[in-house]
Ligand binder design. Structure first.
Ligand code: LIP
Length: 281
């Protein structure tokens, strides 16, 4: 992902960005966990009536923006709910205030705050991620990664599983919210399911990528990821040894994101390309 040099950032500077990412993810995590214990209401819908935004998505992003303005006033911000605000430092924070909003709405624990610092044009195909944190407040997990510094889950260095034959591989994936997208995603699942150990749909792309990094999935693919869904999780996966890429020689982006150990990703890519999983037909 990305081709912009990170030479301008020393390991210490990257470490500092990781610390900020973790601090903010923890603060927003505490806010949404507290909100979950009270009352969760739908504030708006997005791509379809099922694609919801809760009042806590908005409050969590407001907190992240306010804290970034205090701690990193020269940096830009790209957030799921309020869009892009340019900065002057070259660093952009890409934030998902609640990844897994439907889980959050239903009281299912697989939701997370995702905070990443990137340089370069703020799109997955062009940015270089420097630092990231994904925090799941229900169980307290904190995944962090710094470019070139590895990926960690509470001090433990993460490593993806070694490449396994596809038939022995546990795959993670996710679905979009529109009927057209889902019809084609269901077709791909129907083709893949007989060829793999099993498929999981957890409901948070950020946690899927971190789970892969920690060995809880062998492979992951998803069409339709937004920049904030993948920014921190993809760095965690990469720093744990995963290849994170797209189809047909493209980088990971909205059209398709595939992740896993380098020795096995190619086979999944070949299958997804043959099935035209990057189209909604
Ligand atoms: C969600 C993802 C989920 C994916 C959905 C959606 P949200 O993010 O993380 O795994 O399948 O399409 O994008 O909307 O909860 O932030």
């Amino acid at each position: 992902m990305g081709g912009v040099s990170t030479d301008t950032h020393t390991p210490d500077q990257v470490r500092r960005l990781v610390e900020v990412a973790e601090l903010l993810a923890r603060e927003a995590g505490a806010l949404i966990l507290d909100g979950r214990r009270r009352h969760v209401s739908v504030a708006a819908t997005k791509s379809s009536a099922q694609d919801v935004v809760t009042a806590m998505d908005l409050a969590s992003e407001a907190l992240l923006r306010r804290r970034l303005a205090e701690l990193r006033p020269d940096d830009g911000i790209l957030g799921e709910e309020e869009g892009f605000q340019a900065g002057s430092s070259g660093v952009t924070w890409v934030v998902d205030p609640i990844d897994g909003t439907v889980n959050y709405l239903y009281g299912l624990p697989a939701y997370a705050v995702s905070v990443a610092a990137v340089v370069g044009p703020p799109e997955p195909a062009t940015w270089t991620a420097l630092a990231g944190c994904v925090h799941a407040p229900e169980d307290g997990r904190v995944f962090t990664a710094g470019r070139g510094l590895g990926a960690r889950l509470e001090g433990r260095t993460l490593r993806v599983n070694p490449a396994r034959p596809l038939i022995d591989s546990l795959l993670g994936t996710g679905f979009g919210y529109t009927a057209t997208r889902r019809r084609s995603q269901a077709r791909i699942v129907a083709e893949l399911l007989p060829r793999v150990r099993d498929i999981r749909r957890v409901g948070s792309a950020a946690l899927d990528l971190c789970t892969l990094a920690a060995g809880g999935l062998d492979l992951y693919y998803e069409r339709g990821l937004q920049p904030w869904d993948m920014a921190a999780g993809a760095l965690v996966a990469q720093e744990a040894g995963a290849q994170v890429t797209g189809l047909r020689g493209h980088p990971a982006q909205e059209a398709m994101t595939v992740a896993g150990p380098p020795g096995r990703v190619g086979e999944l890519i070949g299958l997804l390309e043959a099935l035209e999983a990057d189209s909604d037909e």
